[in-house]
Design a protein. Structure first.
Length: 117
């Protein structure tokens, strides 16, 4: 009978040990789930922050580029108007300057083409 009692005690001890191990596994599983959820929330929050920062950077730089293009366009229009006014006020001088520039460009082109031959 002593053997039966030892066997029963051993079985009870094994059952208690398995129950305790099961509790620990469930506890660790819950802790791991909580940790994973926390990490996921943190990663999502950081991804949103990066996305918002990138969006703000793009909006800021896009506006700056559009402003620079607008400014350059205005400057080109003003220069064109100024040139037209100059040609209207001094047509002979404008023609002589245009001929001189054309001759200089032609001479430079001929000089460069002779060097290549």
């Amino acid at each position: 009978m002593n053997l039966l009692r030892k066997s029963s005690d051993l079985q009870d001890h094994a059952s208690a040990t398995l129950d305790a191990a099961g509790s620990k596994v469930r506890e660790l599983g819950g802790s791991a789930t909580d940790s994973a959820r926390h990490m996921s929330d943190t990663a999502s929050r950081e991804a949103r922050n990066v996305s918002d920062s990138a969006r703000q950077w793009w909006a800021h730089n896009r506006d700056g580029a559009l402003d620079a293009i607008h400014h350059a366009r205005q400057e080109a229009l003003a220069l064109g108007e100024s040139t037209q006014d100059y040609v209207r006020e001094r047509p002979v001088k404008s023609m002589l300057v245009a001929v001189a520039l054309g001759a200089a460009v032609t001479a430079l082109a001929m000089l460069l083409s002779r060097r290549q031959d």
